[in-house]
Design a protein around this ligand. Sequence first.
Ligand code: SF4
Ligand code: MG
Length: 336
Amino acid sequence: MDHLLEVNNLEVNFKTYGGEVKAVRDVSFHVDKGEVVAIVGESGSGKSVTVQTIMGLIPTPPGIIKGGTIQFQGQDLLSLSKKELRKVKGSKIGMIFQDPMTSLNPTMVVGKQIAEGLITHQNLSKQAAKARAIELIKQVGIPNPEERYGQYPHEFSGGMRQRAMIAIALACNPELLIADEPTTALDVTIQAQVLELMKDLQEQTNTAIILITHDLGVVAETAQRVIVMYGGMMVESGTVLELFENPKHPYTWGLLNSIPDVDGPEKKQLVPIEGSPPDLFSPPKGCPFAPRCKFAMDICVEEMPGAYEIGEGHHAKCWLNDERAPEVDHAFAPKK
Ligand code: SF4
Ligand code: MG
């Protein structure tokens, strides 16, 4: 089957005064129609740069796309002109950012911002666009949609603004929605509501979603597949079930151990992952996680581990999966 989105061997660097930062290294993944794929990792792991590259949002310079391809419905996004890419984005790919205040226009009423896309990309008349925008405001759970249509972003609460952003993103009936930490700036109850809304809309519209988050709890609730990134690389990927039941990378173990168990019988101890992310100016030649990994062996520092296939569609880049590696006691990894 052809994938909706297919990213192959993507490499993205940034030129800085200190040298070139290797922000994304050899990233390959795909997203199928109607699927929710989560990308998790700490800040600086390359998740945002990966999706911004898909959206053509990396300024070049200082960004340099060193290599790789991004196929969307069989079309290579990296070879499109700005105009062609804008067309694809406007009609097929929507994006929701962490902070809706920076992506909404403060000087235009919210309803018009939703209607604008409908007029430009779907050739709706002004009147039809207004009617559809009001429908969308209602669909994303904002009360009094007609009145809300004519209000400015500052008249909306944080959660309502994020709902409005979702309405803007949905206005073009996207095949793919990219959500970069869509709930991080919101408080916990509102976070849950916005995620619930995204899940509902996803089920109704069968839009594929790439969900970026640093929260594995959110992943468990929403996604079917997950990609764990570290130091600009994919260190583990697989179905959510596989990753939670049978994680095979020490960094994933660390992430799993840092999920608060809110409804468990006993409060689980949060175990932060000690140490800091790798220096991406001169990434280590071996495993990027080695300086923080309590299982690191000599070879880890010397040589980059390959992607070991654990099961169908489940890969982990860690030497511990080599048949020559010693058994390790990772009893601290979550047990079911
Ligand atoms: Fe740890 Fe080595 Fe695995 Fe890297 S390859 S995560 S250093 S055990
Ligand atoms: Mg980010």
